[in-house]
Design a protein around this ligand. Structure first.
Ligand SMILES: O=C(O)CCC(=O)C(=O)O
Ligand SMILES: [Fe+2]
Length: 357
């Protein structure tokens, strides 16, 4: 049995190694499609992640409003991911949030270790590095800080960073504002399915039960970025995920059989439709496969907020009104916890299957 204490990728990265340990090297099939992320980001040809302007989402003018909402709905159906601009969250607040996260990660590793989580005892909140999750021992090139940020009465402020001093205030305010944006988006997505505007919000637990979990992903510089991934390919299990980053490219989306690199759009928030809404919408809205590349020049940091339904209280399944004879339910009923288990199980099974030549 391997020790459960994961080494910090930051420690490895700053040790001056020229080649990365084999646990970080992706399998052969994957290595063929990992390119230089700066080159990839420059590419103008081919499909691009849609940018959705939310300026008119609540316009008094019915036609203007409808047009804005339609573009959001179409992007959710076609891509399941989009860059939101004019999202209503003050840019100054976003910048303060990023500064706070950067200041925390700028602390010496020993300081950050005081916040280390303990995955063995189920203490998932805090500073950590992902343990290898299958028999092959495969690892990702990142460290992270993970904690619940909303609803406020479910937070455990004792594990939040005490440095910088404004971390709690700024992160709390961002979470509050993001919770409002999530409601707004879910109203539009509900109407887009021909449902009452409050329906998706209710299906995922409403103000009391929908949990906002923040994960600050810290991707150190990597001496062999063509061999590693910051985050391996996955879909988010959340209802919605909101993502900020420090303007260093890395995120790729698997669209129409190809990896598309997300451009860095100033003052935007990238939003994913997660599995939860894909299931509720019976596949009408997509949860897109994505991954993160690393590079050898710049540290990348991203702030993901996963809006998650409660683990056990809600059974997720396609909303009955959306299931018809010609469009049967594409997903069996499962709790959120069961859904996560099911994905893990499938992944383990896949890892056990012999690889095709
Ligand atoms: O860092 C990124 O851009 C993506 C991170 C991600 O997909 C995740 O944390 O689920
Ligand atoms: Fe993700």
């Amino acid at each position: 049995m391997l020790s459960a204490v994961a080494p910090r990728v930051e420690t490895l990265a700053s040790s001056g190694i020229q080649s990365i340990p084999k646990e970080y090297v992706r399998p052969q099939e994957e290595l063929t499609n990992i390119g230089d992320v700066f080159e990839e980001e420059k590419k103008e040809e081919g499909p691009q992640v849609p940018t959705i302007d939310l300026k008119d989402i609540d316009s008094e003018d019915e036609l203007v409003r409808a047009k804005c909402r339609e573009t959001l709905k179409e992007a959710a159906e076609e891509w399941g991911v989009m860059q939101l601009v004019n999202h209503g969250i003050p840019i100054d607040l976003v910048n303060r949030l990023k500064k706070a996260g950067e200041a925390f990660f700028a602390l010496p590793i020993e300081e950050k270790e005081k916040y280390a989580n303990d995955q063995d005892t189920g203490n998932v909140q805090g500073y950590g590095s992902k343990l290898a999750n299958n028999a092959s021992g495969q690892r990702e090139w990142e460290d992270y800080f993970f904690h619940l940020v909303f609803p406020e009465d479910k937070r455990d402020l004792s594990i939040w960073p005490k440095t910088p001093a404004d971390y709690v205030e700024v992160t709390s305010e961002y979470a509050r504002q993001l919770r409002g944006l999530a409601s707004k988006i879910m109203r539009v997505l509900s109407l887009g399915l021909g449902l009452e505007e409050g329906r998706l919000e209710k299906e995922v637990g409403g103000m009391e039960e929908l949990l906002l979990q923040m994960k600050i992903n810290y991707y150190p510089i990597c001496p062999q970025p063509e061999l590693a991934l910051g985050v391996e390919a996955h879909t988010d299990v959340s209802s919605l995920t909101f993502l900020l980053h420090n303007m260093v490219p890395g995120l790729q989306l698997f669209y129409q059989g190809k990896w598309v690199t997300a451009k860095c759009v100033p003052d935007s928030i990238l939003m994913h439709i997660g599995d939860t809404i894909e299931i509720l919408s019976n596949g009408k809205y997509k949860s897109i496969l994505h991954r993160g590349l690393v590079n050898k020049e710049k540290v990348r940091i991203s702030w993901a907020v996963f809006c998650e339904p409660p683990k056990e209280k809600i059974i997720l399944k396609p909303i009955p009104e959306l299931v018809t004879e010609s469009e049967p339910a594409l997903f069996p009923p499962r709790t959120f916890a069961q859904h996560i288990q099911h994905k893990l199980f499938r992944k383990t099974q896949d890892a056990l299957l012999p690889k095709s030549p």
